[in-house]
Ligand binder design. Structure first.
Ligand code: ZN
Length: 72
């Protein structure tokens, strides 16, 4: 898995959400919906996240949005 850099200001076309899926139990299963933001939580490296995981992390885990794709 390639994490975004802390100062990235782009999300490459086709990038998917790296947040752990709610279906993930013992093994890491990524969410994989289209990524719309770069989010920093308590982990050392930021993650690409979809809209749903971004709002969940910001609302419930004190994560910060480093970059967000403009929705047009
Ligand atoms: Zn997601």
């Amino acid at each position: 898995m390639v994490h975004p850099a802390i100062n990235d200001k782009t999300i490459p076309e086709g990038t998917t959400c790296q947040e752990v899926s709610i279906f993930s139990q013992r093994t890491y299963i990524p969410c994989e919906r289209p990524a719309v933001a770069i989010v920093k939580n308590r982990d050392p490296e930021p993650y690409y996240m979809c809209a749903g995981c971004t709002s969940h992390n910001v609302a419930n885990r004190g994560a910060k949005i480093l970059f967000q794709k403009e929705i047009v």
